[in-house]
Design a protein around this ligand. Structure first.
Ligand SMILES: [Zn+2]
Length: 487
């Protein structure tokens, strides 16, 4: 069903208003998790490990939710305007850092009714930038995208893994790409392009332009019969964020997941509407030059991700259904769009799912200088030769670690489900040495320092069985067996 620009915009405003009602709940929950470090008693090393696994949200986003909610608590006028939908959350987020209780009324008068873009211009005029340096860096990142055959994609995954092992931490993809390209650049002429007959069909392109017209004919539009998502009434929502100080970490986790499930019901609808807006260029009809400009005014954050999900709906309807029902998170859904099954995603951790379903292309956002370096090396020697060089170099360097046979067996990372730690690894005795546990491979597993000292020895995580394949891990959020499979 086709929507006209005005209809699409009206629906999106309605959906955004529903999202706005969830905001205080999400912000309060995020602040409670952060204040109490509730992820630790649940057996997670850091906020991001917990939030990615349980909510499908990154740590930075969660901190932002908490920061804005805390700031609004001291700014009653602004808070009321946000609640009433007069000021968008995106605008609130940009200005809470520069508004004080004294300047609140004046500031509110100047931003009310203004677009996000206009507020950004205003903020640039005041001395102190409202957004942090890291956020500005994030916004300046460019997309690097290289299509490649599956064989090369597997090498890409291997090179990322090795880069993280070498660094001893879970580097972001762009930092791995920088290491891969730098390794190749350092080798100079030693890495040469493959002979022409071996050239893989590579091309590098920034965000390939879709042909909207041909795309339209081939696509199936989901039926957009307008039934607003069944987000519960105020009482039920309020209940989720009430009495949090008396809430045990496990209950906090459950409430947060419930709130995220409501958010996902709204977001899937937002994705459907936005997909029409972007593919049929309805934003022009509404007076915006680009989709990004339009999306910024109506939504915070994840517009492109929701459009991708909506686009995949006809080829993977079960993913959209599971997402809408809150059975899988956005991160899980994104992996499943590359392949894999919903029931598998429900049974294993996100980190296992990501290992099982490799990327089918090389795509990441990177600071401009890293993107330039990476693309230059791809142009000079080809993606595959560059990856081969990094892999050979790092496998060679990794031989120095071979004394640590357990680490190699366990993939140079902590074996506790969903843990992303690769640093300060230690060999842990499953039956403690003090309890007569033998120093044999089956009684040893690799743990990060947190999971050794503050997990197992603090009683937050329990490990039983035989390494490597027959271990059972008990965390605050449930039990898992080796390989991150839920029990
Ligand atoms: Zn760990």
């Amino acid at each position: 069903m086709f929507l006209h620009g005005r209809d699409a915009d009206g629906r999106l405003r309605e959906l955004s208003a529903q999202r706005a009602r969830l905001r205080p709940v999400l912000g309060t929950l995020a602040a409670a998790v952060l204040d109490r470090r509730a992820f630790e008693p649940l057996g997670f090393r850091c906020l991001g490990d917990w939030s990615r696994e349980r909510l499908g949200v990154g740590a930075r986003t969660l901190r932002e939710w908490a920061r804005v909610e805390r700031a609004l608590a001291g700014l009653p006028l602004l808070r009321a305007a946000v609640r009433a939908g007069e000021v968008s959350w995106t605008v609130a987020r940009k200005i809470v850092g520069v508004v004080s209780p004294e300047s609140e009324a004046a500031c509110l008068a100047s931003v009310r009714g203004r677009t996000v873009r206009a507020v950004e211009v205003m903020l640039r005029a005041v001395a102190e930038p409202a957004t942090g340096a890291s956020e500005a860096a994030e916004e300046n990142r460019v997309l690097v995208r290289v299509a490649c055959p599956r064989r090369v994609a597997m090498k890409w995954a291997a090179a990322l893994e090795l880069a993280r092992r070498m660094a001893g931490e879970s580097l972001p993809t762009w930092a791995c790409a920088e290491a891969i390209a730098a390794e190749c650049a350092a080798a100079g002429a030693a890495v040469s392009p493959p002979p022409p007959d071996r050239c893989s069909p590579l091309h590098s392109a920034r965000a390939p332009q879709r042909n909207a017209e041909s795309g339209l004919r081939a696509q199936v539009w989901p039926h957009l019969a307008w039934t607003p998502p069944a987000v519960p009434g105020g009482d039920r929502l309020e209940r989720l964020s009430h009495g949090l100080d008396r809430c045990a970490p496990r209950a906090l986790d459950r409430r947060f997941r419930e709130a995220i499930a409501f958010l996902q019901q709204i977001d899937i609808e937002i994705g459907r509407v936005l997909r029409q807006v972007v593919e049929r260029k309805l934003y022009r009809e509404l007076g915006f030059e680009t989709f990004e400009r339009y999306a910024t005014e109506r939504l915070d954050g994840s517009a492109r991700r929701l459009v991708r999900l909506a686009r995949a709906e006809h080829r993977a309807p079960e993913v959209a259904t599971a997402f809408r029902a809150g059975r899988i998170t956005l991160f899980q859904a994104e992996v499943l769009l590359r392949g894999g099954r919903v029931d598998r995603a429900e049974r294993v951790t996100l980190r296992r799912l990501e290992d099982e379903v490799p990327e089918a292309e090389v795509a990441f956002r990177a600071p401009r200088d890293v993107a330039i370096l990476f693309e230059a090396m791809v142009a000079r020697v080809g993606l595959e030769a560059m990856l081969d060089h990094a892999i050979v170099t790092w496998v060679e360097a990794g031989r120095a670690f071979e004394d640590y046979a357990d680490f190699g067996r366990d993939g140079f990372r902590c074996t506790v489900p969903a843990c992303t730690a690769r640093r300060n690894l230690q060999s842990h005795h499953i039956v403690f040495r003090s309890a007569g546990g033998p120093d044999r491979p089956w009684n040893r597993t690799t743990l990060c320092a947190f999971h050794d000292h503050r997990g197992v020895h603090a009683g937050r995580v329990r490990i039983r069985g035989r390494a490597p394949d027959r271990l059972v891990y008990t965390l605050g959020v449930g039990r898992f067996r080796s390989g991150d499979v839920k029990l």
